[in-house]
Design a protein around this ligand. Structure first.
Ligand SMILES: Cc1ncc(C[n+]2csc(CCOP(=O)(O)OP(=O)(O)O)c2C)c(N)n1
Ligand SMILES: [Mg+2]
Length: 628
C-alpha cells in the first residue's frame, strides 16, 4: 500500500503481527563481527489477554520465530535471562503472557533481570484500551484512576516501561525498547504492556519498521584525563587489588584483563558474576572476594591502598557490607559502562567498556610492576587457600555427606567447559569460595537477586544458549520446591539438564543466619506441626526422586562421593535430563573466611541469645566504613 505525501510504503498488520515481525529482524553486532539475531525466539503462556493477538501473530510466524512453552511465567523470564547472561547480553528472548496473574508472575523475573543488568523483553497482556468491556476478567479496579492495571507493578523493576494504547505508539516504543535492551549501561527488563484489544487491531505500519536493523554494541571509551589520573594513582600504589565483576565477562574483557594482571602482577578477586574471569590456578587469581570470599582475596582487599573495580556494582556481598577495605587511605578506580557504578565509593570514574578501558590503562602502566614482597605474599596465600579447599572438600566417610564434599566431587567430575548453575541458599556462598572455575562461562550464578527458583529455569536457558556444553544445575531442596516444574519443559524440548538436588530438609542457609542473629534457626526446617502448636515434629519428607521422575527426568539418589561421581558420569553420557538427589548434612557448613555481612540484630529482646548476638553485632559494626 502507498501512503500519501511521503509515498511511504506500509503493511496492513495487527499490532501484534507488527510487533513480532519487528522482533524477528532485530540483530546485534560487536567489534564489526557478523552479529546475530537479538531475539532467539519467544517464551509464552497464553490466556485471554494474548491468545488472539500475540498468539495469532506467533502462530503465523511459527516457522520463522520459535515459541517455547514453559510451565510458569516467572520461570520463563529466568530462562530468558539466563540465556542472555550466557550469550553475554548479545541475545535474549521475548516473553508473552496473558493479563492479570500471568503478567504479574513475571514481576520477580523482571526484577532479577534489571538487578543483574541482563536484557529481556516482557510483553504482558493488558486490559482493554477502549475500556468497552471493563472490568475484564482479572482486571484490577481502582477508585482513583481508570488508567491503571496490574502491569504498573513492572515500572520500578523495568529499565523501560510503556503501554501501547494505540497502534501509532508501537514503532517509537519498539525503538526505545531496543535502545535500552542493547545498551550495556542501561540494559535490564523492558516491559511493553499490550492491551488485548490493541494487540488485535489492524493498522498501516510503515515498511521501514520491518527493515532488518543491527544494533551495534558499543565499547565506549573513558575520559582521557581521568584515565591519566587513574594510571598515576595505580602507579603510585604499593598494594593494588582488582575486583572483577560480571561486566568483565559480558564485555569480553577476560583476556585483556589477564594480560594486564600478568604484566603488572596485580592480584584479581572475583565477585559472583565475575567468577571465572581468570582460571582458579592463574598466579594472579585471588579467588572470590567479600562475604563469601577466600582468605587470599579478603586479606589483599583489606590491606589494599588502591582498589580497581571493573564491571561490578559493589553489592554488600562484595564489600563485606563496607568492612572489606581497612586501609584508612584506600582509593578506588572504577571501570564501568554505567555511570551509576563508576562513581561509587568516590572512585576515579572511568565510564567505559571494560576491555577498551583496561587496554588504555595498560598502555599507561607499561613499566608498573608490584613488589616482590607483594608477589610472594600472594603466592603464599594462594597456596594456603588451595590446601584449605582440599581439606574442606575431602570425603568425610560420613552419611549424610557434607555439602562441601558434594561440591568437591562435582567439581572433580566436570570438564572445564561444563557449566554449573546456581542461585540461592547455602550453595552460592560455598561455590563462590570452593569452586575451581576453569572457563569464564563455566560458573553461572544468579546472585544479584539470589532468587530461589532460578536454578532449573536458568539451567534451561544456559543449555539453550550453549547446547555444546554440559549443564549441571545445583539446587537446594527449598529452591527445588519453589520451582521444579521447568524439568517438564526441558524434557518436552529435549534439552538435557543434569540437576543435583541437595536435600537438607529446608533452609540450611537461613537456619545458620537465624542462629547467628540469636533466633536459633526458627522456622527454617521442614518439620510437621505437633500438638505443641509448633513446627517441631518429624521432618516433612518429600520424595524428590518420585517428584522428579513424575516430571519426566531420569533419577538417582546417592549417598557417597563415589556414587555421586558415578551418577554424574551416567548423566553425562545420557541424552536425557537427570535429577540426582543427594541427602546432605544440614549442620556441616563451610566457614566464612575473614569477612562479615551486615544483618541487623534486634536491639532489644526477651531472648538472651538475641541479646548476645546484638553485642557481637555492635562489635562487628565498628569495622564498617562510611565510604562515599
Ligand atoms: C524467592 C526467594 N524467597 C526467599 C529467599 C530467602 N532465602 C534465601 S536462601 C533460602 C533458603 C534456601 O533453601 P534451600 O534451597 O533448601 O537451600 P539451603 O539453604 O538449604 O542450602 C531462603 C528462604 C530467596 N532468596 N528467594
Ligand atoms: Mg535446603
Amino acid at each position: 500500500m502507498l501512503d500519501s505525501v511521503f509515498h511511504m510504503r506500509t503493511r496492513h498488520l495487527t499490532v501484534a503481527q507488527a510487533l513480532i515481525e519487528f522482533l524477528i529482524v532485530q540483530r546485534t553486532a560487536r567489534d564489526g563481527d557478523a552479529g546475530q539475531p537479538f531475539f532467539a525466539g519467544a517464551f509464552g503462556i497464553f490466556g485471554h489477554g494474548n491468545v488472539a493477538g500475540i498468539g495469532e501473530a506467533l502462530l503465523a510466524a511459527r516457522d520463522r520465530f520459535r515459541l517455547y512453552v514453559p510451565r510458569n511465567e516467572q520461570a520463563m523470564v529466568h530462562t530468558a535471562v539466563a540465556y542472555a547472561k550466557m550469550r553475554n547480553r548479545l541475545q535474549t528472548f521475548a516473553c508473552t503472557t496473558s493479563i492479570g496473574p500471568g503478567a504479574t508472575n513475571m514481576v520477580t523475573g523482571a526484577a532479577g533481570a534489571t538487578i543483574n543488568r541482563l536484557p529481556v523483553l516482557l510483553l504482558p497482556g493488558d486490559i482493554f484500551s477502549t475500556r468497552r468491556a471493563a472490568p475484564v476478567l482479572q482486571q484490577l479496579e481502582s477508585n482513583s484512576s481508570l488508567d491503571q492495571s496490574v502491569n504498573d507493578c513492572f515500572k520500578p523493576v523495568s529499565r523501560f516501561w510503556d503501554r501501547i494504547n494505540r497502534p501509532e505508539q508501537l514503532a517509537p516504543s519498539l525503538m526505545e525498547a531496543m535502545r535500552i535492551l542493547t545498551s550495556p549501561a542501561d540494559t535490564g527488563a523492558v516491559t511493553l504492556a499490550m492491551p488485548q484489544d490493541v494487540q488485535a487491531e489492524a493498522f498501516d505500519f510503515p515498511d521501514t519498521l520491518f527493515e532488518p536493523r543491527t544494533w551495534t554494541i558499543a565499547r565506549p571509551r573513558p575520559d582521557a584525563t581521568l584515565v591519566d589520573r587513574a594510571a598515576r594513582a595505580i602507579a603510585a600504589s604499593s598494594r593494588p587489588f582488582i575486583i572483577a565483576g560480571g561486566g568483565v565477562i559480558y564485555g569480553g574483557a577476560c583476556d585483556t584483563l589477564r594480560r594486564f594482571v600478568e604484566r603488572t602482577g596485580i592480584a584479581c578477586g572475583e565477585t559472583q558474576a565475575g567468577k571465572g574471569v581468570l582460571p582458579f590456578d592463574h598466579p594472579q587469581a585471588a579467588g572470590a572476594v567479600g562475604v563469601t570470599g577466600t582468605t587470599t582475596a579478603n586479606r589483599l582487599v583489606r590491606e589494599a591502598d588502591l582498589v580497581i573495580v571493573i564491571g561490578s556494582r559493589l553489592s554488600d556481598f562484595t564489600t563485606a557490607s563496607n568492612t572489606a577495605f581497612a586501609d584508612p587511605n584506600v582509593q578506588f578506580v572504577a571501570i564501568n559502562v554505567a555511570e551509576l557504578d563508576a562513581y561509587k565509593r568516590g572512585a576515579i570514574p572511568l565510564v567505559g567498556d571494560a576491555r577498551a578501558t583496561v587496554s588504555e590503562l595498560a598502555e599507561r602502566l607499561a613499566s608498573y610492576r608490584v613488589s616482590d614482597r607483594y608477589a610472594s605474599q600472594l603466592a603464599d596465600w594462594k597456596a594456603g587457600w588451595e590446601t584449605e579447599v582440599d581439606r574442606v572438600c575431602q570425603p568425610s566417610g560420613r552419611s549424610p555427606m557434607r555439602q562441601a564434599e558434594v561440591i568437591g566431587t562435582i567439581n572433580a567430575s566436570l570438564a572445564p567447559r561444563d557449566v554449573i548453575v546456581c542461585a540461592a541458599g547455602s550453595l552460592p556462598g560455598d561455590l563462590h569460595k570452593l569452586w575451581r572455575a576453569r572457563d569464564s562461562k563455566g560458573y553461572h550464578l544468579e546472585y544479584g537477586y539470589s532468587c530461589m527458583g532460578y536454578e532449573i529455569a536458568g539451567g534451561l536457558g544456559v543449555k539453550l544458549a550453549a547446547p555444546d556444553r554440559e549443564v549441571v544445575v545445583l539446587v537446594g531442596d527449598g529452591s527445588y520446591l519453589m520451582m521444579a516444574q521447568e524439568i517438564a519443559t526441558a524434557v518436552q524440548e529435549g534439552v538435557k539438564l543434569t540437576v543435583v538436588l541437595l536435600d537438607n530438609h529446608g533452609f540450611s542457609s537461613i537456619g545458620s543466619l537465624s542462629a547467628s542473629v540469636g533466633c536459633g534457626g526458627y522456622a527454617t526446617e521442614y518439620r510437621r506441626r505437633t500438638e505443641s502448636g509448633q513446627l517441631d515434629g518429624e521432618y516433612a519428607v518429600v520424595d524428590f526422586v518420585a517428584n522428579a521422575a513424575s516430571l519426566g527426568a531420569r533419577t538417582a539418589c546417592v549417598s557417597t562421593p563415589d556414587a555421586l561421581a558415578e551418577a554424574l558420569g551416567r548423566a553425562r553420557t545420557s541424552a536425557d535430563t537427570t535429577v540426582i538427589v543427594v541427602p546432605v548434612d544440614r549442620e556441616s557448613r563451610v566457614p566464612g573466611y575473614e569477612s562479615w555481612w551486615d544483618v541487623p540484630v534486634a536491639e532489644t529482646s526477651t531472648l538472651e541469645t538475641v541479646r548476645d548476638a546484638r553485642v557481637a553485632y555492635d562489635r562487628a559494626r565498628v569495622r564498617q566504613r562510611p565510604l562515599l
